[in-house]
Design a protein around this ligand. Structure first.
Ligand code: NAD
Ligand code: TYD
Length: 347
């Protein structure tokens, strides 16, 4: 890794470390750095899962604290113990935000405020805020660069846009060393099976229908989570406070094609794919110009075909992991039955 800030010997606060990206990041950093210490602050919502971190739970470099980022008293106790923050904790599923936006505003906006405001009274090396490409909204052609205006269109992306700009305001107003990343859709091991790729893989494994929204023509730029972790490391080391970095991969694939690839990799019939009622306000396409982080020296290493094969293999070999939590994801679907019935393919 090129010179810049050093992570060696540092102590990081990672929020939301029991989720998909957070647990991958903790594994990645503990493997890369022998003397880095990590505090993982996670509320353990439905999406937080300590099974993701069983292999590191007794590692002396790792400490887990169950708690809410909105709990100022708790955050005030933790912040003086760390050198820097990587803020991932959030409510993250667009469909849930359409049904019940409250927790999204409270966690994604207010929770981010609490962390930033407590950080203000502590000397941090950096506060890395993980935003999302969804804050830009949808576009049919071309791609978004960091200076483009934000046009979020779901309660999830609007809450993330609020947090993103609040983080920026703490840099401008209080000179907090805030850096912001806007990554594209991630996929890989440990992703909660309500999200598109793990939902389709696990449904296909169970020979259940794959509910494709609308006509399946929506496009996402798929970033393998391991590439994302390396990008976060790069920004921690070489990122400049006050700057925003897009993290994309150039793997733009329409949903229908992703669904077909999954059935092919698992040797299942394409007839499992069923078109269902579209998501309200469904963004057609996300696409990023990620030249800025490339100029720091990062680029993705995993092609979509390789990443999808690895992801399919992981879910195939970790059935116990996803079976336990997939059942839990159905509670929500039962509660908002009519929404999900419309988006549930018939058996
Ligand atoms: P996830 O839903 O898998 O995990 C979120 C984690 O945050 C969970 O462990 C949950 O328990 C925790 N959490 C939620 N509310 C909390 C609170 N109030 N206090 C403490 N912990 C809380 O999410 P993910 O996919 O790993 O995403 C992580 C971050 O990356 C989010 O900020 C998300 O917006 C952003 N992001 C994700 C993607 C993606 O494709 N997954 C893409 C771009 C950006
Ligand atoms: P998702 O994983 O929810 O991520 P996001 O909405 O944040 O991009 O969805 C990815 C794409 O897959 C999106 O275009 C919606 C689509 N999708 C389906 O077609 N069916 C589904 O059951 C889900 C969950 C998503």
């Amino acid at each position: 890794m090129a010179e810049g800030r050093s992570l060696a010997g540092k102590k990081l606060l990672i929020t939301g470390g029991a989720g998909f990206i957070g647990s991958n990041l903790i594994h990645f950093l503990l493997q890369e750095y022998s003397d880095l210490r990590i505090i993982n602050l996670d509320k353990l919502t439905y999406a937080g899962n300590l099974d993701n971190l069983r292999d590191v739970e007794n590692d002396p470099r790792y400490e887990f604290i169950q708690g809410d980022i909105r709990d100022r008293e708790l955050v005030e106790k933790i912040m003086p113990r760390v050198d820097a923050v990587v803020h991932l904790a959030a409510e993250t599923h667009v469909d849930r935000s359409i049904l019940d936006a409250g927790e999204f505003v409270l966690t994604d906006v207010f929770g981010t405020f609490v962390l930033l405001d407590v950080a203000r009274h502590n000397q941090l090396e950096f506060f890395l805020h993980v935003s999302t490409d969804e804050v830009y909204g949808s576009r049919e052609t071309g791609c978004f660069s960091e200076d483009d205006p934000l046009h979020p269109s779901s309660p999830y992306s609007a809450s993330k846009a609020g947090a993103d700009r609040l983080a920026y305001a703490y840099w401008v107003t209080y000179h907090q060393p805030v850096m912001i990343v806007r990554p594209s859709n991630n996929y890989g091991p440990y992703q909660y099976p309500e999200k598109f790729i793990p939902l389709f893989i696990t449904n296909a494994l169970e020979e259940k229908p794959l509910p494709l929204y609308g006509r399946g023509t929506n496009v996402r730029d798929w970033l393998f989570v391991e590439d994302h972790c390396r990008a976060l490391e790069m920004v921690m080391i070489k990122g400049i406070p006050g700057e925003v970095y897009n993290i994309g991969s150039g793997n733009e694939v329409p949903n229908i094609e992703v669904a077909r690839k999954i059935t092919q990799l698992l040797g299942k019939p394409e007839s499992l794919i069923r078109l269902v009622k579209d998501r309200p306000g469904h963004d057609l396409r996300y696409a990023l110009d990620w030249g800025k982080i490339k100029s720091l020296g990062w680029q993705p290493q995993v092609s979509f075909d390789e990443g999808l094969q690895r992801t399919v293999n992981w879910y195939t070999h970790h059935e116990e992991w996803w079976r336990k939590i997939k059942e839990k994801s159905l509670d929500y679907r039962r509660f908002y039955q009519s929404y999900y019935q419309d988006r549930q393919a018939e058996e």
